[in-house]
Design a protein around this ligand. Structure first.
Ligand code: CA
Length: 228
């Protein structure tokens, strides 16, 4: 990534595009935009932006189809969905198709800018990290220390292992089988329920609303996805 990040906005509400363009240009981004899914996909392929803001309800080709097509073609840039829908099912559908994150309209542009920057930092970062932060949580995997909102957070070794694994595969759908194979040892005699129980406990520790998780979300019938 060169010093000027390139952002593609695929959105059919002109006022919203204008507002986003102003804000992101002010933040030093080069901004491209498309008002329908077909043009958006074409621009994404020809321009290879560093990150895409993708509306879901678009003329000609839906945001879901744009996202699926991009991933099918091997494009790995972060995609943040701009969704008018707050229904969990729609959000999960988008995430399953390969989107990395979402915001629900109406959203705070300043927050979106911060999130875009965080995704860009991560997608340009390489290799294993000893420390990792998301939301108000800070993790030090080497020393098995954690904090939440500056206060010490007690996590079990297994919870650290789980989080390390999620961080490594952030943005990907991780199946229960993956977790059982890679985070648990065979002699633990683990079961799918073991995974779910650990995730539930972990959510109590790191989520503001454990019943409505923001960081470790459930992917229906499959497993989990870490969005930190
Ligand atoms: Ca729309």
């Amino acid at each position: 990534m060169d010093s000027t990040p390139k952002l593609l906005i695929i959105e059919d509400e002109p006022d919203l595009v204008l507002g986003l363009r102003d804000n992101f240009e002010f933040e030093g981004f080069r901004v491209l935009d498309a008002g329908d899914g077909e043009n958006g996909l074409a621009l994404a392929v020809s321009e290879e932006p560093d990150l895409i803001l993708l509306d879901l309800m678009l003329p000609k080709m839906s945001g879901y189809d744009v996202c699926r097509e991009l991933r099918r073609r091997g494009f790995k840039m972060p995609v943040i969905m701009l969704t008018a829908k707050s229904q969990e099912a729609d959000i999960i559908a988008g995430l399953e198709l390969g989107a990395d994150d979402y915001v629900t309209k109406p959203f705070s542009v300043r927050q979106l800018v911060a999130r875009v920057k965080a995704h860009l930092r991560r997608s340009s970062g390489k290799g294993e990290q000893n420390e990792y932060s998301f939301g108000d949580v800070w993790l030090d995997f080497r020393n098995y220390q954690a904090k939440r909102a500056g206060e010490p957070l007690t996590l079990s070794p297994k919870e650290f292992d789980l989080l390390r694994y999620f961080v490594r595969r952030r943005g990907e759908t991780v199946s229960r089988e993956d977790l059982l194979n890679d985070v648990w040892d065979i002699h633990d005699y683990p079961m799918s329920r073991t995974v779910d129980n650990h995730i539930a406990k972990l959510r109590q520790k790191i989520e503001a609303e454990p019943a409505n998780p923001r960081w470790i979300i459930t992917v229906h019938r499959t497993g989990y996805k870490f969005l930190g």
